[in-house]
Design a protein around this ligand. Sequence first.
Ligand SMILES: Cc1ncc(COP(=O)(O)O)c(C=O)c1O
Length: 562
Amino acid sequence: MSAELVLTASALAAALAGFPALRRRLQLSRAKHRSLAGHSRMAKRVARWMPALHYDDHQFFAADGAPDDVIVQRKLGFERLSQRLRDRAPQTLALGQQTIDGLPDMRFTSRYRIPFPFSAYAKAHLPMGSFWASAQGVTLTDLDGNEHLDLTGSYGVNVLGVDFYKACMAEGAALGGTLGPVLGGYHPCVADNVARLKALSGMDDVSFHMSGTEAVMQAVRLARYHTGKRHLVRFTGAYHGWWEDVQPGPGNPLPPRETYTLKDMDDRSLQVLRSRRDIACVLVNPLQALHPNRNAPGDSTLMDGSRSAHFDRAAYTRWLQQLREVCTERGIVLIFDEVFVGFRLAQGGAQAWFGVQADMVCYGKTLGGGLPVGVVCGRRRWMERFREDRPADICFARGTFNAHPYVMGAMNAFLRRLESPEVRALYDGLDARWAQRLQRFNQAMRDADLPVQAEALSTIWTLNYTQPSRYHWLLQFYLRTHGLALSWVGTGRLVFSLNYTDADIEEAIRRFIAAGQQMQADGWWWNDRGLTHRGIRQQMARELLDAKTRQVWHRLTGRQTA
Ligand SMILES: Cc1ncc(COP(=O)(O)O)c(C=O)c1O
């Protein structure tokens, strides 16, 4: 740093010392990640500004400037792919067609599985079934009898294999069936669930809810109640469910309110936590360790192929330790949102795996033994819903279906089975086993000369692409025709259940290679070396600007431009 710069910086620091509020404001700005994901307000503005852009049937094939022979190759390949998707699953697709009209969730997922400029054309020609008839082992079977390896992981619920959950659900129904819909009072198995969850989480109290979203809501509400502070801190890109305060950017129609979105794994965020007095809690989703400061890696954002993920266990552990220290120092409630990773990384969840104890932990997904659930475990001082000395000042959190007998029964079956030798065996040596599988997958992709490499947090994998392209998102369609089922997020999130055997992994690799080679042969990964991530982004920016100009022109004149 030059002498003048040092002088300027120290002069600025001295000036700011006299204005603590300004200093804290500046500190906050510096602790924001520079991406749009780190700037919720700006991201919402950009989302509102973004014009519709739909490639026509020429642009769709030539978006990267590929030569004519490659375009022909792509068109032929596309026709085959489209036909294959239709031929193999007529009944599955017919039911989708019949239902989509009344099911906005299905319309959303079918639209947002790919980047929006491609989506209208692809949706018309690449139908993807959304119905399943049965599941067993590590497979899902559609209505036409096509068997797929299940990489959806049921949004993360399926940690131990579908048959495990079927058994838990049946046991839960048998247990809870004696009470049926009796709510308000508790089934006796609740006592056992509370005892087991206290032991597993190392916490004093347990609170039952109906979804992960609700559990996080309750944890944050309690933190605000007990600290008397309003703001929550979340880290850039982290998902904590779909309620307002944890989703301050696009996706939520309201403007950001009492939420600070800070840079993950960054000293400046620690400084904010050290210096501000309005922070009630810090929310941590340990799944972000795989891609700090980035949103969930869906294929809809795979515009140029520059997606990257990398997990550094030592660095993330250090980060959690630092958060622990600063939260203890400042009386901020540290909440681990283990809705996704709980019971997946280890039986004791992320707390045990990273060796860091939170003040509250949220669980969900798998803990319901296959039924919907959200759970908060926490220290007594944060979990109480009333105050002895101010009886009217309560923190209300009740829900009709909390602690439903069937859910409690299935949870009880889940928790008891966790102790069984068969389940323990799945966790034994889990890290080494999955690290070796990841290596094997990546080696196989390299050997097959495919531009695909996986990064993983244990059994949660994300695919990175080793060359720029505008068409990586197409891989999910080829994978489907080769019997691999992904969630609508696509190749950004492959979720394996722990009951995958080595032979199952080999079969998955074989299908990946077959799908990838077909995509390669159809010309989608053409690259003349002139194609760069930056070049693709610049071209996208030009296209969007053009589209915006046309949109404004149309609005002003009522006429379309040529
Ligand atoms: C980390 C995390 N928190 C909260 C949620 C919300 O849970 P639910 O979908 O059960 O409301 C999810 C869901 O994916 C999640 O992954």
